[in-house]
Design a binder for this molecule. Structure first.
Ligand SMILES: [Zn+2]
Length: 315
């Protein structure tokens, strides 16, 4: 790079422009590759519970960069012109991600038929800064807020979480604070979240649930694919049921994590997202409900495994 010292300024600027153009071409090309990886569900095979995990951990992007690329890829899937706009620089990955997130929120809020034309919105945000895009989207629908959640590690023991929540949720939280005020006067939101988290963990974390002999029965947690989904009768349901002691043992043995391991890289998924107990030899194919035939899988790996075994049509 010392060579740059001798480069005349015109040449330096020309070369910089060239690199920027190459970078945009690569960005657009990468989106196509991510699209294909998602279509093949290759991240599951490689031991990741989601495409996001794969892009962040395997490819080494920061979480926000991974998020932007995946959202931009989803927008490209719907609107192929996104590719050209990224290449000519009229659309940044950030703006593409903002537009995609906006439409995802619209969909979540059941806006059917969609009130806005995606193509027109994409045209309107061209050559705009991310702040201008945010303003434009908020003008279209003031209730469709951009992703309102930021998590930042501020020290070894402290994390800052910033949330934008619906007013109704705040009302609910305030109501809870009042109901708890006889035991916890002047509770703040952090204390409320702490209280609710401990209560929920006691109910939902299999390692914390009490044995069945106690007065309150342990809550039912959905395990694996239901018998209905498998098309089994009610008699089979009884054999399929994993007794609570065995369930606790499996959770302890597998460390409450998805136990899928990529046969090539030996990478273990370890996701804790929607953990389910899975029959290694499927119950429908004669597999037993025994310790050696049970394992924990995250929902994505469980679904993927079922698709491979029972041939569910890929979308
Ligand atoms: Zn998994």
């Amino acid at each position: 790079m010392e060579l740059l010292n001798d480069l005349d300024s015109e040449e330096l600027l020309r070369k910089t422009q060239e690199l920027v153009s190459q970078e945009r071409h690569i960005q657009a090309e990468l989106l196509h590759y991510l699209k294909e990886i998602e279509r093949r569900k290759l991240f599951l095979e490689r031991g990741y519970g989601s495409l996001f995990d794969f892009v962040a951990k395997e490819l080494g992007y920061s979480e926000s960069s991974a998020y932007r690329r995946i959202q931009a890829m989803r927008l490209l899937k719907d609107l192929p012109e996104v590719e050209k706009q990224i290449i000519d620089g009229s659309l940044t990955l950030t703006s593409a991600a903002q537009v995609q997130a906006f439409f995802r929120n619209e969909q979540k809020n059941n806006q059917t038929p969609p009130r806005f034309d995606k193509k027109k919105v994409l045209q309107a945000v061209q050559n705009k800064s991310s702040r201008e895009v945010e303003k434009h989207l908020l003008e279209l629908n003031p209730n469709n807020l951009p992703i309102g959640e930021k998590v930042k590690q501020v020290s070894d023991t402290r994390v800052e979480i910033r949330l934008v929540i619906p007013a109704e949720l705040k009302e609910k939280m305030d109501q809870l604070k009042l109901l708890l005020s006889h035991v916890h006067p002047e509770m703040n939101y952090q204390q409320l979240i702490e209280y609710l988290s401990s209560k929920a963990l006691l109910q939902l974390d299999p390692e914390q649930t009490k044995p069945r002999s106690r007065a309150t029965p342990a809550p039912k947690v959905k395990m694996g694919v239901s018998s209905k989904e498998m098309g089994l009768n009610s008699k089979a349901e009884r054999n399929r049921y994993v007794p609570e002691a065995l369930r606790r043992l499996i959770f302890k043995r597998d460390n409450s994590c998805c136990s899928y391991v990529d046969p090539k890289s030996k990478k273990r998924c370890d996701s804790k997202y929607q953990i389910q107990i899975d029959h290694i030899v499927p119950f429908a194919l004669g597999g037993q409900t025994t310790e050696s035939n049970l394992r924990l899988l995250c929902a994505s790996h469980n679904r993927w495994r079922a698709e491979k075994t029972f041939g569910v049509v890929r979308t």
